[in-house]
Design a protein around this ligand. Structure first.
Ligand SMILES: Nc1ncnc2c1ncn2[C@@H]1O[C@H](COP(=O)(O)OP(=O)(O)O)[C@@H](O)[C@H]1O
Ligand SMILES: [Mg+2]
Length: 264
């Protein structure tokens, strides 16, 4: 069964300064699914509507039209707490998505305070250490502020925070784009590992086809708000059917040799 179904999604924004209240269509007629335990990547150049789709999925943006379903049921406009818990997001810039005035331990603990039903039994410090260990961090990281952590460590803390609520679907919006290539590879490996150990499904958004090639089962290609192609990652990468996908791949190939990046 699909964990996430997005059907005919449409999102428009008001055009600032326009006299006739004209609206700009950021996403038009976008449909995709994410199956259980599957990693689906959404790729496309900057401005193609990827983040807007992600924001709709996590409930930060209300669509103009279309339907979102989670595990077969329509997601209501007002999400019940269980649903908010089940769909978690990890953002691009780990530093700015973490509260700079909170220690890593408190950042993780906050999730349990917001959703008390998810709070684990036993001492809080043990639970925090466990959550940090799950993302490959030492317990002593709990005492540090975001500014005292590296980019990769910050992104792991973000991930730990998202995972504390035992989500079913993780939405990663350019989650490794701000990281160095070597750290990127570590975080990608961690995501693949977590997918297996936690039976997570992921909507993985990235403009970087090299990254997507390393992690995605399926690929959805967006251009100017529309999905132009989707399919199994291997098929899309080896035999793209849309010229835009081919152009994206050519651009990526100029930067990296994809075949050497593939390491699963
Ligand atoms: N809140 C907003 N108000 C107006 N326009 C927006 C807003 N959010 C996004 N857009 C526009 O929608 C388009 C898609 O943006 P986005 O989803 O962020 O693309 P991507 O993540 O693929 O770079 C862009 O042209 C962007 O400028
Ligand atoms: Mg974006």
């Amino acid at each position: 069964m699909s964990v996430l179904t997005v059907e005919k999604l449409r999102v428009t924004f008001p055009i600032r300064g326009s006299l006739r209240r004209a609206r700009f269509t950021a996403v038009e007629d976008a449909s995709l699914t994410v199956d259980e335990n599957e990693i689906v990547a959404v790729v496309g150049e900057s401005g193609s509507g990827k983040t807007t789709v992600a924001r709709c999925v996590v409930g930060l943006q209300r669509p103009d039209a279309g339907e979102l379903r989670f595990e077969g049921s329509t997601i209501p406009a007002r999400r019940p707490p269980e649903l908010k818990q089940a769909i978690q997001m990890v953002f691009q810039d780990p530093r700015s998505s973490l509260n700079p005035r909170m220690r890593a331990g408190a950042i993780i603990e906050e999730a349990w305070l917001t959703h008390p039903s998810t709070a684990p039994p036993g001492p809080r410090s043990t639970a925090i250490a466990g959550a940090l260990a799950d993302v490959g961090l030492d317990p002593e990281v709990a005492r540090r502020y975001p500014a005292q952590l590296s980019g990769g460590q910050c992104q792991r803390v973000s991930l730990a925070r998202a995972l504390t609520l035992s989500p079913r679907l993780l939405v990663c919006d350019e989650a490794v784009s701000a990281l160095d290539v070597s750290v990127q590879a570590q975080v990608l490996r961690l995501l693949v590992e977590l997918r297996a150990t936690r039976r997570l499904s992921m909507l993985f958004i990235s403009h970087d086809l090299g990254v997507v090639h390393q992690i995605a089962d399926r690929v959805v290609v967006m251009r100017a708000g529309q999905i132009v192609e989707q399919g199994a990652a291997d098929a899309v990468f080896s035999n793209p059917s849309h010229e835009y996908t081919r152009a994206l791949l050519d651009a990526a190939l100029e930067l990296n040799d994809l075949s050497t990046l593939r390491n699963r």
